[in-house]
Design a protein around this ligand. Structure first.
Ligand code: PHE
Ligand code: ZN
Length: 875
């Protein structure tokens, strides 16, 4: 459907539905082009709705075949139906039943919303508003119903039939090649959690007994022949179930928990009740095809979707403005899970890298919005880093403020009070107020306005009094002049030249945390024996930018002695950022030698104790991080070359150490592959070393990378070798790329890595290379993973080429957006968000980017999805 000016939906306009639907019976007869859906809805007026209001059911692209009210066919005067709504202007003012028959064409559904086919498997995606593409309904999250679903299909085409809840009945349809299955979901749910699957799939399964003694069968379904790649996902489900019991006291509530992997999926995965549907990228793993990063992502996303069973499904959202209520909270929960499964410090670094790479720029650009937005034109454009990642940071700050015990009590209370309901952010905060006895009304401001806060800190030491005073000042860029100060938990401590100054204390610091509540405040430490270096925002205790005047020497003291691992890493990152920024500005970078020496000492002392952490220390801030640091008038070429210079310096200065680490950390031949954090950490450090060696010495880098690819026994090492070669122009690179493509010709998910590596080559020829790859037989515009690998990686991870001064990079992405908009507007809109930071570019590129954006805005017939992003981007 094409819309001109999208109507804006506003939080302040929320009102309860005029009608409720208590029970839904669905009879779905699957057919590739002529699927029939009969929905029998038990409706009644909502006691808190408007009496006598018309009944307006949502639809999207629907064809109505028949309509009955309480068993009587309705005449043409009794209702109005079009593809996007079904209206009864005078519905009965008592409970009544509607029977609605619609016809669908799942094969023609390229938007991958509603009922569609992926590699001929029938599947559904209903969040946020896809259920209305299946039948007319009150498609809003505060209408909760009990569903019974009968699914029927040809047995040959779809031997597996899955629905929400528990299986209750199955059998043959006599005299046909068809069969059916009936599923009943005892928990009330909104329509966005509905799902079904029908197809030919392999199954791996295991039993789990919950802490309540319920026996659950966990199953993972994948493409035929790929069952051996589902073992890790299955194991991750089991670990998630056990963890949610111990960490949050939450047990699973059905007899079965099913996960299905499909290859065409707009997002990562979906938490449909009892039937999670996944992008196969986040299920399938084998040492030969998946990297350590893939294993970690599978573990995290399996956990995320499973945790939604409580934070999202048992307690859902009243309206889509409350999206962070389920998403921010569930990201927080999956981050805690991953931290417990792996190294907490290393995971925190990964979380913050991700927040800075995606959320900070979003919050500083034209698409900035509050964690709880106040309005939207297209809700699918609000599944953002701000709602998810900043939303998770708010939950984490809440825990820091009230402490672990009150936090857990608050979570228990939130689940108990809101179970079976559609809740709001207010309901969430109320549970923690009750549990902690603390007033959180000012804390709630974190949800209300966009922009990353800035906290400036400055310290002064009084040697005679042995005191150290730290003054803080917070500002809120992008939040509006009248924005009140935020409540900012600052986890902090003092560090001296030989180690932490544990004797130093302050009345205002409780359990290591100072809470900044005013625009300006200060804290004084007593018993400070020597001039200290402040370690601020330990473990990244608040999602802010910190401005402090520490020099490199002070930061290197933190790298050496801070007991907080996150801040040790942060110190190294700040030094590197400072060096690169000074290089961009043409200033002196003479402290680089001290930095190299400090890293050398660090590697000698610690690399082998914690290789995963050492790999993080060696990984320099990205080009995006540097652009974000510089902030305005950025020149991607200057940023790239400053980063190259520093990589080269580290590669030269640390060469012997890096070489010997690579030797020491090499797995002895025949070691079986393990995806665990320790083994992954060793691989990460070896590969970080390879990256730096190659940056300084192309010849040595080429030889090492080729040898590594040759000897690789897993995808992590093979791909790291290829990524290193990809940065070194020449025949070796092209030969390795060709060999990789041949080896994995039948592995679409592996070829995605191959597409991405080439899309990220920071060279002039890349746009032309991508245009050639667009006609590679493995590329398909209809598959979101392929598009994201080739075009998404280019726009997000190749700043010099995407931002080419001649506009060829923007043109490539703009063309793709427009080509995709007619078939899959959601994915097209997401691709467009790469233009977000255009205003911070230097004037030449800024003008070229703006022109590209304005051409998109002016294109007739844009989808609501793309037009919403495009118009906000230039506003
Ligand atoms: N709710 C899903 C999640 O975060 C994301 C999603 C949104 C998937 C919309 C599909 C469509 O877990
Ligand atoms: Zn989620």
């Amino acid at each position: 459907m094409r819309t001109e000016t999208p109507p804006t939906v506003r939080l302040e306009d929320y009102r309860p539905s005029d009608h409720l639907i208590d029970r839904v019976e669905l009879d779905i007869r699957l057919d590739p082009h002529d699927t029939r859906v009969t929905a029998t809805l038990a409706l009644r007026p909502n006691p808190v709705g408007r009496p006598g209001a018309p009944l307006v059911l949502d639809g999207d692209d629907l064809t109505l075949l028949a309509l009955e009210l309480d068993g009587q066919a309705l005449g043409p005067d009794a209702y109005r139906a079009d593809p996007s709504s079904l209206t009864l202007s005078t519905p009965p003012q008592r409970p009544f039943t509607l029977r609605i028959e619609t016809r669908l064409d799942p094969t023609a559904n390229t938007r991958l919303m509603g009922l569609y086919r992926s590699n001929s498997v029938y599947c559904t995606q209903c969040e946020a508003d896809g259920f209305r593409r299946i039948t007319y309904f009150l498609d809003r999250p505060d209408v909760l119903s009990i569903y019974t679903t009968r699914i029927e299909a040809e047995r040959e085409a779809a031997p597996i039939l899955l629905g929400n809840g528990n299986p209750s009945e199955a059998g043959a349809v006599p005299g046909t090649g068809r069969h059916y299955a009936v599923w009943h979901d005892p928990m009330p749910k909104p329509a966005y959690l509905f799902a079904l699957v029908g197809g030919r799939l392999d199954r791996v399964a295991k039993d789990f007994t919950t802490m309540e003694g319920r026996r659950v069968e966990i199953a993972v379904y994948v493409e035929p022949g790929k069952g051996d790649r589902a073992a890790y996902a299955l194991d991750a489900v089991e670990r998630s179930m056990a963890w949610d019991e111990t960490a949050f006291g939450r047990a699973y509530d059905l007899d079965v928990f099913n996960v299905v992997a499909v290859s065409d999926f707009n997002m990562g995965a979906m938490e449909n009740k009892g039937l999670n549907i996944f992008n196969d990228k986040y299920v399938l793993a084998s040492p030969e095809t998946a990297t350590d990063a893939d294993y970690a992502a599978i573990e995290a996303i399996i956990a995320h979707e499973y945790f939604h069973n409580w934070s999202g499904n048992r307690v859902t959202c009243r309206d889509w403005f409350q999206l962070c209520l389920k998403e921010g909270l569930t990201v927080f929960r999956d981050q805690e899970f991953s931290s417990d499964m792996r190294s907490r410090a290393v995971h925190r670094i990964a979380e913050v890298r991700n927040l800075r790479a995606r959320q900070f720029p979003e919050d500083a650009g034209p698409l900035a919005h509050p964690v709880r937005p106040k309005q939207y034109a297209e809700i699918n454009n609000f599944y953002t880093a701000t709602v998810y990642e900043k939303g998770a940071e708010i939950v984490r700050m809440l825990r820091t403020l009230i402490g672990d015990a009150a936090f857990r009590a608050g979570m228990d209370r939130y689940f108990a009070e809101n179970d079976g309901k559609a809740a709001t952010v207010e309901d969430f905060l109320e549970a923690f107020e009750a549990a902690s006895g603390r007033d959180l009304s000012r804390f709630a401001e974190w949800y209300e306005r966009p922009g990353t806060p800035r906290v400036a800190a400055s310290g002064s030491y009084d040697a005679s009094a042995q005191t150290y005073r730290l003054a803080f000042r917070q500002t809120r860029p992008g939040a509006g002049a009248d924005a009140p100060p935020l409540v900012v938990p600052i986890r902090l401590g003092l560090v001296g030249s030989d180690g932490p100054l544990d004797a130093a204390t302050s009345e205002r610091v409780e359990a290591g945390v100072f809470v900044l509540e005013a625009a300006e405040d200060a804290v004084t430490f007593e018993n400070v024996a020597a001039e200290p270096v402040p370690s601020l925002f330990r473990a990244f205790s608040a999602p802010v930018r910190v401005a402090s005047s520490l020099d490199d020497a002070a930061r290197l003291t933190l790298l050496r002695h801070d007991p907080d691992s996150f801040n040790r890493w942060e110190a190294a990152q700040r030094v590197a950022l400072g060096l690169m920024a000074r290089q961009v500005r043409g200033e002196s970078t003479e402290t680089a030698d001290a930095f190299v020496a400090a890293l050398g000492a660090f590697l000698d002392a610690e690399a082998l104790h914690d290789p995963a952490f050492a790999a993080q220390i060696l990984a320099l801030p990205s080009e995006g991080d540097l652009a974000d640091e510089i902030g305005t008038e950025t020149d991607p070429d200057a940023i790239f070359s400053a980063r190259q210079t520093l990589r080269r310096r580290l590669g030269t200065g640390l060469r012997e150490r890096l070489m010997s680490l690579r030797e020491t950390l090499a797995e002895p031949a025949g070691t079986p592959f393990s995806p665990d954090a320790a083994a992954a950490g060793r691989r990460a450090l070896r590969n970080a070393a390879l990256d730096l060696i190659a940056a300084a010495d192309a010849q040595a880098g080429t030889a090492l990378a080729e040898a590594q690819i040759e000897a690789a026994t897993n995808m992590t090492d093979r791909l790291a070798g290829l990524a290193t070669l990809a940065l070194l122009p020449g025949e070796a690179r092209e030969a390795a790329l060709t060999a990789f493509a041949e080896r994995y010709a039948d592995e679409p998910l592996v070829l995605d890595k191959w597409f991405a590596i080439q899309a990220m080559i920071p060279e002039d020829g890349t746009v032309a290379r991508i245009r050639r790859l667009q006609s590679h037989p493995a590329f398909a515009m209809t598959n979101p993973n392929r598009v994201r690998s080739l075009i998404g990686s280019f726009s997000l991870a190749n700043p010099t080429q995407f931002n080419r001064p001649d506009g060829a990079g923007y043109a490539l992405v703009a063309e793709t957006v427009l080509a995709l908009d007619g078939t899959n507007p959601q994915v097209a809109a997401r691709l467009m968000t790469a233009f977000g930071p255009w205003r911070r570019l230097e004037p030449g590129r800024r003008a070229v980017a703006e022109a590209a954006l304005r051409r998109i805005v002016a294109t007739p017939g844009l989808s609501r999805d793309v037009s919403d992003i495009a118009t906000r981007s230039v506003a």
